[in-house]
Design a protein around this ligand. Structure first.
Ligand SMILES: [Zn+2]
Length: 207
């Protein structure tokens, strides 16, 4: 559930992680999940199908999104939407002035404009069955606009654990790749996007 602390803003659960206050109720789990699914579809996969115009950087107009959202879910409000994205520990979305976008996870064609960042190593978790193929062919996006890399071994392992039981973690030699012209965008603390990673930068690592 999402609640709001007067002092520290929106949070998930029953107690503000900063001060322990119970705050006031904003959204229950079921509605949080329904709203989350809706904005994921609208901002990552099929903006046109719900009637939204998206620019190449992935932004849509916040009022337009709220109007569409409120016509589908009578209980939804702009505050509840903002509460959902503000309290999201995965930082999937960002709102800025009159616009809102997903930071990652797009299957629609966008050209995100996050600045490039320098990394020594980045990580990518895969299943045991996939590993040899990736080491041979490199990493390319599957049903997504970008390859999603992780900033740490632990995060890569975590992300892959959702899909496979015993993930293998591939280390990307980002420093060399960058020297050779590859571009890495960090969209939040955990996730870095890139177009593709050729095989010469990949190695399997153990923690
Ligand atoms: Zn608080």
């Amino acid at each position: 559930m999402i609640r709001k602390c007067n002092e520290h803003g929106y949070f998930r659960g029953h107690e503000c992680p900063e001060c322990g206050d119970n705050g006031r109720y904003v959204l229950d789990d079921e509605r949080e999940e329904r709203l989350g699914r809706f904005i994921s579809g609208a901002l990552r996969h099929f903006p046109e199908d719900v009637g939204l115009e998206m620019d190449m950087q992935g932004w849509v107009n916040l009022d337009n999104l709220c109007n569409i959202m409120e016509s589908r879910y009578r209980w939804s409000t702009e505050e509840r939407l903002i509460a959902l994205i503000d309290s999201d520990v995965k930082k999937r979305y960002e709102a800025e002035g009159s616009r809102i976008r997903a930071r990652y996870g797009h299957s629609v064609n966008v050209n995100l404009d996050y600045p490039g960042n320098e990394f020594a190593y980045l990580y990518y978790g895969v299943s045991l069955e996939e590993v040899d193929m990736l080491l041979e062919n490199g990493i390319t996006p599957i049903r997504q606009r970008y390859v999603h890399l992780s900033t740490s071994y632990r995060k890569a392992n975590e992300a892959a654990s959702v899909h496979t039981e015993n993930p293998v973690v591939i280390e990307v030699d980002a420093e060399t790749a960058q020297q050779n012209g590859l571009f890495f965008m960090s969209v939040n603390d955990d996730i870095v996007l890139t177009d593709e990673v050729p095989p010469e930068y990949l190695n399997v690592v153990e923690e």
